[in-house]
Design a protein around this ligand. Sequence first.
Ligand code: PMT
Length: 403
Amino acid sequence: MGQSLQGERVLLGVCAGIAAYKAAELVRRLRESGAQVRVVLTDGASHFVGAATFQALSGNPVRSSLWDAAAEAAMGHIELARWASRVLIAPCTADMLAKLAHGLADDLLSTLCLASTAPLALAPAMNNRMWLHPATQANLEIVRARGTEILGPADGGQACGETGPGRLLEPDAIVAALASNTEKNASKVLQDVRVLISAGPTFEDIDPVRYLGNRSSGKMGFALAAAAQAMGAQVTLVSGPTALPTPNGVQRIDVRSASEMRDAVLGGLPQDVYIGAAAVADYMPQRTSEEKIKKSSAMLVLELVRTPDILAEVARDTKRPRLVVGFAAETQALEDNARAKLDAKHVDMIAANRVGVAGSGFESDTNTLSVFWRDGSTQLGPTYKTEVARELLSLIAAQLKQP
Ligand code: PMT
């Protein structure tokens, strides 16, 4: 299965029903398709499948009560509601559907649904008469009218021995429906736009075992690549050394050093947009030793020379993209330093982030960007890098439309 839910954070609610056993498989399928998953069980659900199963499969703690002080201290329910980029309830019982239709918040899962602004999808599973009951159908209409996606139910034999509508959709079908809705929902504002993105660190070799590097994980650049692809762009991702999987539909070129990154980026032109999200080393050893340097003296002096400035070279290339966007990693005077880079490197837009603070910049899943262009600026976040990426690309799409 592809990475069709790449970057999504799915909060999976599991209600009490025999179909709860299929939710365990669903967690695996969601993760295989690129989503992070956190599971919330209703009280009754844990009679069917235990929390340990979901914890092992999701790789995250499982929540089931509003009154669990230790779990609340680790990640409060409002924080959990904010964390989710999608809320999926599978299986969704008639009781949970009724609660959602009428805005009840008398357990953790229904409270999370009220507190979250993420799109909600329900995969109902219940006895066919319960499903066809006018009360259930009326509740269904209420939630559907609010934009809730209803996935299934399937028709067929039921655990109670009856036949009819009310079977939980198979996990693969739920994931496929969720992914196709995600794709449809992503506006294709970059349809057929060619976007080249650099991501991750560069490693500058000192000798066969040592190098100069930095803390970039590649998360920001990879989030941009996934979001641009979802918005319809043809994406090429030039990546320094990272452990991240390639977003679905993205062409990836792996490099190690700043010089290799330069060659791959300039060789990748022409493009419509270049986004330099990589943390390119500013200096590299003047010479890479072919042999491991021995620790024979008390002090070792490394002679460093400047690396090529890839962003500046792209901006003055004869095949210059229509829009050249740089990043700026700053610890102080964010705006002054970012605007200085905007001018010095002749780029169209600079996205500046603070580094050295928790929740922003290197390694973290979240970021805050101050974006500057000649006659304007805006702030994106603080939020997840996947969201920041979508917002930055929307800005880029708007700039591309300008004459
Ligand atoms: O990868 P993550 O862990 O998710 O972290 C994300 C990030 C912090 C690395 C990212 O958001 C970011 O800020 N990237 C740019 C880091 C950086 O090198 O900033 P800078 O201010 O040193 O460089 C300014 C711009 O020039 C950047 O677009 C950089 O790619 C580019 N540059 C710098 C030096 C060089 N030799 N060539 C370049 O192209």
